[in-house]
Design a protein. Structure first.
Length: 544
């Protein structure tokens, strides 16, 4: 490895003289060998200055090292690139991104011709790096926000994007190609734009809560009329401004329809409260949903996949962007120990007539105390040793073991009352999370369904099995039924394997584009929103 780095070091022009070795080594590892320029023996002062300034930013060092230390944003040659970047970051708010991160005002004052032109080059390059990082994969590293968010974001490399941008005849087109094309992402952007309509001046009088309908007359009606007009639902009075007339009823109905309330034209408590609130929590939920969608950018969401939205207590199969299957689910309890994590993996197989290997945490916390009191407790479970052999209970003194020293596992045979039901769906992961059937069917009738120890119970498991098998067999019902009738634990491989995305959206568009809301059952959205706010505030340099 050292020899390879040394060879690369000898050919990456300009960076070696300026960069400390740790930064150089990191940058050199990122540089594609095919992109390296020919060796050079001398460098101008501006080139050396640029090399020194990008030394602490490996992604920029990657690009400028392979670009011969040539600026791309300066002078007349860089005008189109500067304009394209300024235009792109000017849309930050519409994507729910914190606009302060991209120094828009500062960039507009630079033309790349002054004495500090290298500094200006670097500012544009850093904004490009921040923007391309954020728009393609989100502002945040989700794993640093909360322990239950275990999603790994797949981002394009900044150096590769800069090379495309620098070589493009139309740099604006390169930037326009970066955001997600998923229609649900666009629906969220549209919803965010609608939310912006509801912002009113801070000194605007609130509407008195009551029940105002056509024919009513009250000073509160004037405040209602004024507040509606401020956000684009104007209704010129036909007589006294205190009178709730027909035009005002139409304006109220228009507002109600825009915010998802029944459009009856009556200003009742819900309508007045929503009007007084301005943007309200919907806007925050949409901002978080946009960030979460950016975390998904590295996945092909047009491909066939399983999508489990935890706050919705629902699982779906999508194929070609179209929903082809839907079922209710039960997820982990709202307790940090049992909350279902968020991540993506690949479902490789299903197990028909599964055994239940009881997780150790359940064994030692729930079952060991019962066995210590009565060795015949939980008789539906076998006690097995490390080799998988069933051990007779009368050979074990359960009382001499603690949770740390208990050397056995517990397992349930395939049966009608097996905790995993008739089938489980496996996408191997470090947290041993999977989808499975359950004999406890009544929980699917609850509106809030957070009852499990972390795994996901499926309301229609047999139908899910059939749908997953459908692309690979002519008669999925017959294949599954044969495996089930055997009574034996049977593995059915999925060909090809199916991506599974365990996601957490408290605001998400339905098939019509309307935003549906779900409870923040684990409190994760609040943490993501706080982290986004902090990212925006931290981006503002002193004096800006």
């Amino acid at each position: 490895m050292y020899a390879a780095r040394l060879i690369r070091a000898l050919v990456v022009s300009g960076l070696l003289a300026a960069m400390p070795w740790p930064a150089a080594a990191q940058a050199l590892e990122a540089v594609p060998v095919a992109a390296l320029p020919a060796p050079r023996l001398s460098f101008s002062e501006p080139e050396m200055q640029l090399a020194r300034k990008v030394a602490a930013h490996p992604a920029l060092a990657d690009f400028y090292g392979t670009n011969g230390l040539r600026p791309i944003f300066l002078g007349a040659e860089g005008e189109a690139r500067r304009a394209a970047l300024i235009e792109a970051v000017g849309q930050a708010g519409s994507y729910g991104l914190p606009a302060a991160r991209y120094r828009q005002a500062a960039l507009r004052g630079m033309d790349g011709t002054g004495a500090d032109s290298i500094d200006e080059e670097l500012q544009f390059a850093r904004v490009f790096a921040d923007w391309s990082h954020d728009i393609t994969g989100g502002v945040l590293d989700p794993r640093k926000v909360e322990s239950g968010i275990r999603r790994e974001v797949q981002r394009p490399r900044t150096g590769d994007l800069l090379r495309r941008f620098a070589a493009a005849a139309d740099p604006a087109a390169v930037l326009a190609d970066l955001p997600s094309r998923d229609p649900r992402y666009q629906a969220l952007r549209d919803a965010l734009a609608r939310q912006a309509r509801f912002v009113v001046p801070a000194d605007m009088p609130l509407v008195t809560e009551g029940l105002w309908r056509e024919g009513a007359s009250d000073p509160a009606v004037a405040a209602l009329r004024l507040r509606l007009a401020t956000i684009g639902f104007a209704a010129a009075p036909t007589g006294s401004p205190l009178l709730f007339d027909a035009p005002l009823a139409e304006a109220v109905a228009g507002f109600q329809q825009a915010v998802g309330l029944p459009a009856d034209g009556v200003a009742g408590p819900r309508t007045v409260a929503r009007l007084n609130r301005g943007t309200g929590p919907e806007a925050d939920a949409i901002l978080v949903a946009l960030e979460r969608m950016r975390w998904m950018n590295g996945h092909d969401l047009n491909a066939r996949h399983v999508w489990v939205n935890l706050p919705e207590f629902n699982a779906r199969i999508y194929d070609g962007g179209r929903e082809i299957f839907e079922t209710r689910v039960v997820i982990g309890k709202a307790n940090q120990e049992f909350e279902t994590p968020e991540f993506s993996e690949t479902m490789k197989y299903m197990v028909v007539n599964p055994r239940w290997n009881v997780p150790r945490s359940i064994t030692v916390k729930e079952y060991l105390p019962r066995l210590q009191a009565n060795r015949n407790a939980v008789s539906h479970l076998d006690v097995v040793d490390g080799a998988g052999n069933v051990i007779a209970r009368d050979r074990i003194d359960f009382r001499k073991y603690s949770a740390k020293t208990f050397p056995y596992r517990m397992r349930q045979k395939p049966s009608d009352d097996n905790a995993l039901g008739q089938v489980k769906f496996m996408f191997p992961n470090p947290w041993n999370i999977y989808l499975h059937d359950t004999p406890t069917k009544h929980l699917f009738n609850q509106s809030s369904r957070a009852y499990s120890h972390g795994c996901i119970r499926i309301g229609r498991p047999i139908d899910l099995a059939h749908e997953l098998l459908r692309p690979q067999v002519a008669n999925p019902d017959a294949v599954f039924s044969k495996a089930l009738a055997s009574g034996r634990e049977t593995y059915l491989n999925l060909r090809p394997p199916v991506p599974v995305h365990l996601v957490y959206f408290t605001a998400f568009p339905d098939e019509t584009g309307q935003i549906r809301r779900f409870p923040d059952i684990y409190g994760r959205d609040a943490l993501v929103h706080a982290a986004l706010v902090k990212a925006g505030l931290d981006s503002v340099a002193p004096g800006e």
